[in-house]
Design a protein around this ligand. Sequence first.
Ligand SMILES: C[S@@+](CC[C@H](N)C(=O)[O-])C[C@H]1O[C@@H](n2cnc3c(N)ncnc32)[C@H](O)[C@@H]1O
Ligand code: SF4
Length: 403
Amino acid sequence: MSALQDALLKRNGKVPRYTSYPTAPHFSAAVTGDSYTSWLNELRDDASLSLYLHIPYCRQICWYCGCFTKATRKYEPVTTYVDTLLDEIALIRARLSGRQTVGHIHFGGGSPSMLSPRDFTRIMAAIRQHYVVDRDAEVAIELDPREVTEAKVAAYARMGVNRVSLGVQDFHEHVQRAIGRRQPFHVIYDAVQLLKSYGIDEITMDLLYGLPHQTTTDVEENVDLAAALGPGRIALFGYAHVPWMKKHMRLINEDALPDGAARLKLFDAGAGRLASRGYRSIGLDHFVRPTDEMALALSDRTLRRNFQGYTTDTTDALIGFGISAISALPQGYAQNTLVASDYERALAAGQPPVVKGRATTRDIHCVAGCLYRHRQGKVRSDSRSRHPKSMGQGLRRLSRCRH
Ligand SMILES: C[S@@+](CC[C@H](N)C(=O)[O-])C[C@H]1O[C@@H](n2cnc3c(N)ncnc32)[C@H](O)[C@@H]1O
Ligand code: SF4
């Protein structure tokens, strides 16, 4: 174990954990729908756009889930939500000059795979009606393998989906039982075959480490099984156990969770096995084939991290649609309301449903960039660099920031 790992473990639980920056607690009500509207108005005509659409519904809640979502057995609330989402897509378009082009579209959740083929098609058709979408735009969707059907995959292919991420987490029954998500291997295998048969072969698989009862052998086997299905990317996320924020996590037996040192061993086992299977490590939690465009973006320093994780997206502005969605514009960050009734009310009144955010300051750019470069081991520490010389200096600068 390195001295740094040792020092961090001694402070286990007392160090901040950033997977994106700035984080939600940095947002305030100073950013409103009006500020967001003026930011949109100011976007250059030649700016490129990335669209994120949040689908906050699932059939049932997995006990480990940290996402912003809600269980629904009935489908009607989803269709009603899609109706409002279409209003938002049209409303935001009216705040733009309309000449910007869309290079990336990402459906996240929750479970976008809950969308019926008809509703998915309605959303994509509205995007294409209101925005100019690049011919080679990346269109990505997060899928729960248990919900993948041929009718849905056909709709994805027809509407231009070219990348999917599949929630796998852990292939073992004893772990699946402990996290409230039963998903036999053949379900994931069938989903992959179906997607490939429709020409959707850019696949990311999400694995988790740090789950209850999980052993290092389990994590290694998870990597072996995932790699056998041939995804270009594998994400190995550390399970974040936050029962005080997500009450359903109380269903997880905390005695069966690994401590800090055990988590580190699980991650090392997974990362080692990923390396031996030919996957290259990308920063915090992503592993990709060396020919994947993410590996190439890392080499030529164009790789970025946004609220969904690492991305090759180099567009100028990220526009978030849906409850809780976050937009990232050159002028700052804006987050939509988390309350369904407020979301509907704002859009019925013709207002963007933004309730909070953070205007960008030079320090935020600087510290976010510095943290990212430190992760990559690529920070410049010479005196001419405008980046802080150390992580500590960066954080001190941020704490002095009063914007
Ligand atoms: C929006 S979710 C998954 C998409 C889809 N609903 C599914 O479950 O297959 C995206 C990913 O977040 C990760 N995730 C969910 N809860 C987490 C937690 N508490 N800690 C770390 N990662 C988590 C999982 O790996 C999951 O696949
Ligand atoms: S992990 Fe996916 S399916 Fe499970 S509750 Fe979270 S978003 Fe829904």
